[in-house]
Design a protein around this ligand. Sequence first.
Ligand code: SF4
Length: 405
Amino acid sequence: MKSDYIHNPPSLKIDLMLRGIRVEEALGEDLTSYASAGPGIDIVLPRSTLVNVPYGGEFTEDSPYVLKRSKKGYVVTDGKEEVPVKLVTQPGFYKRKTTTGKPFSSISTVHGSYVVITPSPRCDFFNRNVECRYCAGNFDVESGKGDITYSVDEVLETAEAILTERASDIIYLSIGFSETDDGGIEFLTPYIKAVKKHFNCLVAVEALPPKKNLWIDETYAVGADSVLYNLEIFDRELFEIICPGRAELVGRQRYIEALGYAAEKVFPNGTVASHLIVGLEPPGSTIRGIDFLTAMGVVPILPIYRPRPEKALRIEPLTTEIIIPVYRHLYRAVKQSNINMNWVRDISTVTTPIESRFLAGETGIIKTLFESFYKSRLGLKAAWGLSTIRRKLRVREEPTDHSGR
Ligand code: SF4
């Protein structure tokens, strides 16, 4: 079946995230050396568009797309036409261990140029059986009730490996739900401080909103450059059904207050973000969420829900044709609200606002946006990494020869 999007990288990215890809049988072994987030493979499409494409899952069996080797490298084909692509190799550290013997891959998760460190891969929602129905991330879903905690030194070693290999310029520290008033910030503080002390890098914190705003001030004060409080679902009723823990123990209203406070009073423009998962609520509801968040100065990030057999929560029908207007709206809403789009970029698992500009057909203004970004304090700090995006992605152009020849 021919695809309508094969020659349009931003649309193809969305279609691949939604439908997944089948992999030519001979390619199976090649994939072991590529970075992946869950059952996905990071692929660079034309125009340097990075995407994490699901493969191997049941829902990918009907995908029109196949990843194949070609004479010059790799291609994605829809059976009739094809486009050249590159595969992103796993960073070397991902196979190594800390000096204490912990695999770096258990402390961190790589998604293209976005690497998340989880100092404590547990979430107290599991203790109360109110975990999010789609739970993903670097949390051990099977043993969410466990109490593994990596030491500050282990996290520093991980951060050093990430930064040395240029796997990411930003260290993301993630934490699940914690009972405490501070939302886990007190626990994360020694990690944030240590990373800021030892490395010249930006730190982003992904957490649930703390109960009191003073902990948001504290998050910034101890060194976080960016914060993500992921509402995930804007529709009130669906939020309660799909995210029972977030609804009962944090509350939708608290998410909204905390995001507004962080964006309006504490963090620099464009550094407060929140996920809205596309596919878990009607597109119109996601669009309302985009408008609501951007009006507060919050950057909406829109991952696409990736169904698993036991967690088939996706609304139907859900097609790329339906989703593209949502991303167009994202770009226009962020732009209209004068929110800096450059903090959130190059993430393989989502289409970021800055990528959505191509869907909105408004590439002309980007130069101005970048220019003003570079003039800002944050821009100056972040700009040094842009010129090395290709290198840090460890782009591989030639297929690996496993024939032993
Ligand atoms: S907050 Fe939800 S998605 Fe995050 S780890 Fe806990 S259960 Fe999973």
